[in-house]
Design a protein around this ligand. Sequence first.
Ligand code: AHR
Length: 346
Amino acid sequence: MKHLLKKTGRLLFAVFVAAALCGCGRYFDMEGTPGNQRADTLTVPANEDLIVVGVSQMGSESVWRTAHTNSIQTTFTRDKGYFLIFNNARQKQENQIKAVRSFISQQVDYIILSPITEDGWDTVLQEAKDAGIPVILTDRRVNVCDSSLYTTWVGSNFLEEGKKAGVWLEEYLQEIGQEQKPVNLVVLRGTEGSTSMMGRTAGFEYITRHHENWCILESVNAEYTTAKGREEMKKLLQKYNDINVVVAQNDDMAFGALEAIYDAGKTVGENGDMLVLSFDGTRDALKMVQSGAISVDVECNPDQGPYLSMIINKLENDAAVQRAYYVPEQVFTTENVGDFIEERNY
Ligand code: AHR
């Protein structure tokens, strides 16, 4: 097994760390990451044949993100043959870079990176490559000059997600016979520079371009959070009194937007002042689709842990891996949502 080759190196590293700590305890921790699993090579027993995986998660900004983390943490467990070193970067790319460097110095077998934005990864990924550690991306992608700096990627087709939301609106307006009327939209965008924000924006705008009567009044950054969604929606409502459609690029922002809409005395849904379109498909949002508060929710599937494990398994056995793995996703509307709410665990 490939990871066995690294074991000796890790043991030497552990001895070095133990000497450095000289009696301060068995553990050393990753800087500024209280609450995370300890970055502790000393707890990998020499007689246990575990694959060591360092995971850099970008943060915990949304319900979706918590589900994504949960999928990873429940996949990479000791009883499944893994030793997981998990780091939450709290929305800062510099923390992610630090975590990756720490994984390299600990000689982990694999690095899993869920990058907050696409740019700025060339140097640290080159360091991982030089150290011979495969990097697997999850959720978002990186924009690097040399594509061999990462092995593969698992995630969603964000461009398609954006198009699905646009197509739903197109078909809905046709259905109610309002396809020729002016449609005024506002967009609450996710994190600037992130793959999901860029893909959803491009996909939705692609459909928008086919409709001269659709007008995007404004598209604003609401950072994928409920608080920002509320704040930005409040400002938009003060500025425009003719909004027909709100496109929130995730459920958390949709929740915040709905609060602002209700506070402003406006209504949503089929017979309301405006329609709310959202992405992710979390349980609470699906309930809102059922009640009609959210008109459509385009799924973004966070259950990526099993794919990541399947990839590592292939790499361990020298089997070929694809350059990209897309997770399956669907669209939730009032018509089908009832079949999915109960089974939703996030
Ligand atoms: O990149 C995926 C997006 O990131 C999800 O839609 C969002 O909820 C999360 O924070």
